[in-house]
Design a protein around this ligand. Structure first.
Ligand SMILES: [Zn+2]
Ligand SMILES: [Zn+2]
Ligand SMILES: [Zn+2]
Length: 356
């Protein structure tokens, strides 16, 4: 079962989750690797098991019993159940990387029983929530295939689920993301997202929060608002905009065609989005995703929501946003070794092509 371990040098956390390797068929195709002792292989970032011809899709109607019972359901009509008439289902991940507190505390520590460890080895129970967002009962494969109403429903369900989770006092933050396409870590065909709520704020969001706070303290302005202002004025990296949202390729894009979607007006938490803005966000996101999906066949990208921690209703220095990372290149030695990336497509070219 999963546990959190702190890197004693960089003070960052990793989740060790051998149970994720227990998923039937969970492997990285075409890649040979040393197997853990129980003869299971793993795909650390993938979100689902590789479908075999005989597999039933656990996300299709009629197969609801293949997943744990839903924690949130959006229905066609009130009064319907988890297994009938649903439009969006949010269900616990069957192979979670995070566990409810009781379950996490009940787990014995990994490693040799009773062995003492060096003082620098700090572990913590992997407490949190790990859920799957089944966007639609239709067996389709990409976000781009969702209709306007399906994507709006999915965003609305995510918003409501986050609003419920933020009242859970042991949770600090939630990361919502989607892996679309095998190259982006998904091996389950049926389109879906994931939600991982943790007791600590994840490293990348924490780094953004810290840097944005520093900028705000010096200039009394949200750095994201400033970026939006500048990009609209220069218009070189803007992909598209709607009344309330903008899509742009960030100035220091890490990877080819990296694209961010941000609300134009300052807003720190995605779950605080007004219901009337969901249709606008849907239309801009669908438009942007359609462009991203044309970049490769089959499409492969990650779509990640970065939003503020749960401990505040609103903050001035952080601005929620969506980061879309097309997976057209494979991070290699330099990227792993340096923490930098080499991006062969400038964001100016990327935005021009995407506007195309
Ligand atoms: Zn399906
Ligand atoms: Zn802002
Ligand atoms: Zn971000």
């Amino acid at each position: 079962m999963p546990e959190l371990r702190r890197d004693p040098i960089l003070d960052r956390w990793v989740i060790i989750a051998e149970n994720r390797g227990e998923r039937p068929g969970a492997f990285v195709a075409g890649m040979s690797m040393a197997l853990p002792p129980r003869d299971v292989a793993f795909s650390p970032l993938t979100d689902a098991i590789a479908p075999r011809p005989t597999d039933v899709c656990p996300f299709c109607p009629g197969n609801e019993h293949e997943t744990p019972p839903a924690t949130f359901v959006l229905h066609d009509e009130p009064g319907q159940t988890d297994v009938r008439g649903w439009r969006v289902r949010i269900v616990p991940n069957k192979y979670p990387a995070l566990l409810a507190e009781e379950a996490a505390l009940a787990e014995p520590p990994l490693g040799r029983a009773g062995s003492s460890e060096p003082a620098l080895c700090v572990r913590a129970p992997a407490v949190g929530v790990h859920e799957v967002i089944v966007d639609t009962p239709r067996h389709i494969m990409t976000v781009g295939e969702l209709s306007d109403s399906e994507l709006t429903d999915s965003l609305a369900a995510t918003r409501l689920r986050l609003q419920a989770l933020r009242h859970q006092t042991d949770l600090a933050h939630a990361l919502v993301f989607r892996n679309v396409g095998r190259a982006a870590g998904s091996t389950r065909e049926h389109v879906h997202g994931q939600l991982m709520a943790t007791r600590q704020v994840v490293s990348l969001v924490q780094a953004e929060l810290t840097a944005a706070k520093q900028y705000f303290d010096e200039r009394r302005q949200c750095v994201f608002c400033r970026v939006i202002e500048d990009e609209l004025a220069h218009n070189e990296r803007v992909v598209c905009e709607s009344p309330a949202f903008i899509a742009l390729c960030p100035y220091a894009s890490r990877l080819p065609y990296e694209t961010w979607i941000l609300p134009k007006r300052h807003a720190s938490h995605f779950e605080q989005i007004a219901v009337e803005d969901l249709a606008d966000l849907t239309s801009l996101t669908r438009g942007t995703i359609a462009k991203i999906e044309r970049l490769s066949q089959p499409p492969a990208y990650n779509l990640i929501f970065h939003s503020s921690p749960f401990d505040s209703l609103s903050i001035e220095h952080y601005h929620w946003h969506i980061e879309i990372i097309p997976r057209l290149t494979i991070p290699a030695g330099f990227e792993w070794g340096s923490g930098w990336t080499v991006n062969p497509v400038s964001p100016e070219t990327a935005a021009r092509v995407l506007r195309g």
